[in-house]
Design a binder for this molecule. Sequence first.
Ligand SMILES: *[C@@H]1O[C@H](CO)[C@@H](O)[C@H](O)[C@H]1NC(C)=O
Ligand SMILES: *[C@@H]1O[C@H](CO)[C@@H](O)[C@H](O)[C@H]1NC(C)=O
Ligand SMILES: *[C@@H]1O[C@H](CO)[C@@H](O)[C@H](O)[C@H]1NC(C)=O
Ligand SMILES: *[C@@H]1O[C@H](CO)[C@@H](O)[C@H](O)[C@H]1NC(C)=O
Length: 297
Amino acid sequence: MRLAVLVLLALIVFLQLRASGFGRHLSDDREVEVVVVPSLPGQVGIPAAVTAKGPKTKGYLNGFRPVNESRVAIITFTTEQKSYLHMSLRNHQRYANKHGYDFIVDFDQHAERGLMWHKFEMVERLIDGGQHDWIWWMDFDTLITNMTMKLTDVIADAIKETPDPDAIDWIFTPDCWELNAGSFITRASPRAKPFINATIAYHEANATYEQQLSEQDCIRDVIRGGVFANHVKFVSQATINAFPKEIKCWDQEKRPWRKGMFAIHFAGAWAHLEGEDDATGLLMRQYIDDVVGDDDP
Ligand SMILES: *[C@@H]1O[C@H](CO)[C@@H](O)[C@H](O)[C@H]1NC(C)=O
Ligand SMILES: *[C@@H]1O[C@H](CO)[C@@H](O)[C@H](O)[C@H]1NC(C)=O
Ligand SMILES: *[C@@H]1O[C@H](CO)[C@@H](O)[C@H](O)[C@H]1NC(C)=O
Ligand SMILES: *[C@@H]1O[C@H](CO)[C@@H](O)[C@H](O)[C@H]1NC(C)=O
């Protein structure tokens, strides 16, 4: 008899806890408790994982806030002294400050697979940091040339015409080849990681001394494989990765950079300016004067 009462009491307590939401799993509507951290402009070189934590508020899963409210990080790295170091850093920092994005730069890299694979290590670090929703990878030889444009608008435009915008984790552009991995956007969600793993696995399995494969080659081949088709969106090169008239490697639209476009990339400038020792620096010094929307020129 006493046992029956105890069991009944336990059942009542259990049902009450259930009713109050105890033990419920993350719901599918993506409304969960998350730590929301205000953007910290000027966060150069500080890994997202060690920045301070903000107050707990009702939020969304990382990567799934409304795009116009997303927390954005622009990331790059450089491991050498260059004539255009300050120009490139200042340009990206000013843009980030203007929109409340983070700008994160690494000055060392240790990717055992080779220099450019470090971009994936940065992307993974920021995903693990959990403080951003979208990450814009930009090679160091780039400038943001229309600072009025919001990256979040560019992302919203890119994904809105896909069958399932929430499925898109990667936004790439072509150049005169299938893919240029010098400027791409990633959703800062753990869901983006299997694509990185697949790219690394592809390299592991297929690169040899005779057949060197860059990270760009491997990304291209993984996309070709089609497994991630629902998660990848291509936008035109001019959207986030325009090449100047001097670098004649444009996508099918054949639109060289012109004033007012979002960003310029001096990809492989050395190959296009014959006999010039500092081709990228030369071009960057030329184009920096055509940046628009810089509040502090
Ligand atoms: C984002 O868009 C939503 C829906 O269009 C709107 O209600 C909200 O105010 C916007 N947020 C910002 C920060 O503009
Ligand atoms: C990716 O690879 C790493 C290292 O091998 C592994 O720890 C991790 O579980 C993998 N992640 C996914 C999502 O496959
Ligand atoms: C290696 O390349 C082949 C041919 O492109 C591809 O089918 C295979 O999946 C690749 N291996 C891995 C582990 O990605
Ligand atoms: C820069 O971008 C803004 C926002 O998209 C646009 O309104 C403006 O026309 C652009 N500037 C130029 C010079 O094209």
